[in-house]
Design a protein around this ligand. Structure first.
Ligand code: HEC
Length: 110
């Protein structure tokens, strides 16, 4: 009973501070989907291909906007158009959440 009340309280608090519902963007689902991206963008979003940008720690809003632009053709790139075409809005939100959640540490050059 006590536990039930706690859950209710947490849900109410989440709603009050405007948290999106858990399924709106799912970084773990994005991580699964991102296996298809790893050959160029690296398993943790640090690119392994010299012509591919790193995606780790970029803002989710930016990543999602780029993926939608490749999908629509507003941003043109042969490979990324093919990669983005089958993605749903949910896939894009999940992929963006995954790459944005990766922590990167910057260091000045030695
Ligand atoms: C075969 C290599 C390859 C694969 C696989 C690939 N990408 Fe890319 N990606 C690229 C290249 C090259 C670019 C740079 C394109 C350009 O100049 O616009 C890019 C650019 C991007 C960008 C824009 C980044 C920025 O900083 O503007 C995003 C976002 C992105 N890719 C996401 C993905 C996702 C998500 C997947 C998997 C579903 C994926 N890519 C799979 C090669 C790849």
């Amino acid at each position: 009973m006590k536990r039930f009340r706690l859950v209710q309280w947490a849900l109410a608090l989440g709603a009050a501070i405007g948290l999106p519902p858990a399924h709106a963007q799912d970084a773990q689902a994005g991580r699964q989907k991102a296996q298809a991206c790893a050959v160029c963008h690296g398993p943790l979003g640090l690119s392994t291909a010299p012509d591919a940008p790193s995606l780790a720690a970029q803002p989710a809003m930016y990543l999602a906007a780029q993926l939608r632009a490749y999908r629509s053709g507003a941003r043109k790139h042969e490979v990324m158009a093919v990669m983005a075409k089958p993605l749903t809005d949910e896939d894009i939100a999940n992929l963006a959440a995954w790459f944005a959640s990766i922590r990167v540490e910057a260091q000045p050059p030695q």
